[in-house]
Design a binder for this molecule. Structure first.
Ligand code: IZC
Ligand code: ZN
Length: 423
């Protein structure tokens, strides 16, 4: 199978000489090219060059290729959504009026709602029902140009149900076109049954769940909700170090609601990323810059919780590599629209149009250790290619709140055509 994408107004390769996550002004390098075509062979990008050169070099591949005319459109790498709570039962629209009339996210959780509500729903939902529900969500992601998603567990909060969530993600990785990267997040909340006995649950996560996740190879990363009233920095450190000892790379929900030195902890334990960071301290940001910890910022959560946005501009200027993501989850960010999240990042975190593209492609890929495979258009990389129905990339943030996805090539196959899924 060979595909040739011709006549795009702009091709944003997002490629540079930099290896690793992009910092500071590197985040503005979008690799804009005009008058180039893209040749895809099998699952890989074969050549990016003017059409004439491709025809000269690979005449037989070109002769056999399915040709996609991208006239008037732009082409870029498929989007990477590096922080989602993808697999979950139920929805939480009933919490919205509570929050709009003044109850906080934490008030609702402490009263037994929030994550606890979704845990009950997830426990009640069968493997097959969870699989079908999540399959539908993945279709929506794909229609919005997202070709790779991270998926956290954390609504089981016991081994049986954490395993169920992770196995749903594993099966979807095998059956759905979108690539899924799994994170174990058994420490997402202390189950209601352990109230007053929190350390016993921490022990269960450390002694029982983490070793099994590692043994069954159900996740690559280990995450914890380090937040006042959830897991303390000390408990979080123990959970992350235990994961590390079993080969699970640390990630951390840090400084989301109250400052809690989560960013500092991320740097200390060598986490690949710290996520949220709405109220991260100056010291925490400095520590992350030193350790190279990626900041995964989730402006949809600030929007939906009506909370202050993370200081994205300051983080970039301080030398922290920044990625942005939907945080798709039923409580604090029920959206799969990474394009809208890009808009929010521009408008509320002081990030430029170029920086948000970097933050949702190559930097997001590095946040889940996929920077060598996806996130840029380069020869030899996986052919995850997005064609957007705008004449220039600046319209992506200008015509906001819209889905401009026209065509998605996923792993060398056309997965979305004229905005609709291809079976
Ligand atoms: O279900 O509320 N912040 N975890 C930490 C979440 C938000 C997801 C949820
Ligand atoms: Zn989250």
């Amino acid at each position: 199978m060979t595909i040739l994408i011709n006549h795009a107004n702009e091709v944003l390769t997002m490629a540079t000489d930099v290896k690793g996550p992009r910092l500071k002004e590197q985040m503005s390098e979008i690799g804009l090219q005009q008058d180039v075509s893209i040749l895809i062979e099998g699952t890989q990008i074969k050549m990016i060059a003017p059409l004439k050169e491709i025809e000269q070099q690979y005449p037989s591949l070109v002769a056999d290729a399915e040709v996609i005319d991208a006239s008037g459109k732009i082409v870029m790498p498929g989007l990477v959504d590096c922080h989602t709570h993808l697999v979950h039962g139920g929805t939480r629209e009933h919490e919205l009026n509570m929050r709009l009339s003044g109850k906080s996210y934490m008030d609702i959780m402490n009263a037994g709602g929030g994550i606890h509500y979704t845990t009950t729903k997830t426990r009640e939902t069968s493997f097959d029902e969870l699989y079908d529900k999540t399959y539908t969500h993945l279709n929506q992601f794909l229609k919005h140009g997202v070709t790779t998603v991270e998926a956290k567990s954390g609504y089981g909060l016991d081994w049986e149900n954490e395993k169920k969530q992770l196995e749903v993600a594993k099966k979807l990785q095998e059956t759905h076109r979108v690539d899924i990267v799994s994170t174990f997040m058994g420490a997402h909340a202390v189950p209601k049954a352990y109230k007053g006995n929190e350390d016993a649950f921490v022990e269960q996560v450390i002694q029982e769940m983490i070793p099994k996740v590692a043994e069954l190879k159900l996740a690559e990363f280990n995450d914890v909700f380090c937040e006042k009233g959830v897991f303390t920095p000390e408990q979080s450190r123990r959970i992350l170090m235990a994961g590390k000892a079993h080969g699970l790379i640390p990630k951390i929900h840090a400084d989301e609601i109250e400052p809690y030195e989560g960013a500092e902890l991320a740097a200390e334990v060598g986490a690949i990323s710290a996520e949220h960071l709405l109220v991260a301290s100056d010291e925490g940001i400095e520590a992350m810059a030193k350790s190279g910890t990626i900041a995964v910022l989730l402006p949809g959560t600030a929007f939906f919780l009506r909370a202050p946005y993370a200081r994205g501009r300051l983080m970039i200027d301080s030398g922290v590599p920044v990625a942005i993501s939907t945080d798709f989850n039923p409580g604090s960010s029920p959206t799969i629209s990474l394009p809208y999240i890009q808009n929010l990042a521009c408008m509320n975190m002081g990030m430029t149009m170029e920086e948000v593209l970097c933050a949702t492609t190559i930097n997001a890929a590095y946040a889940i250790q996929r920077g060598e495979q996806v996130g840029t258009l380069e020869v030899g990389k996986q052919a995850d290619v997005l064609i957007l129905d705008v004449p220039n990339y600046k319209q992506l943030q200008y015509f906001y709140g819209m889905n401009h996805t026209h065509t998605v090539v996923k792993n060398g196959q056309v997965a979305v055509k004229e905005g609709s899924l291809v079976e």
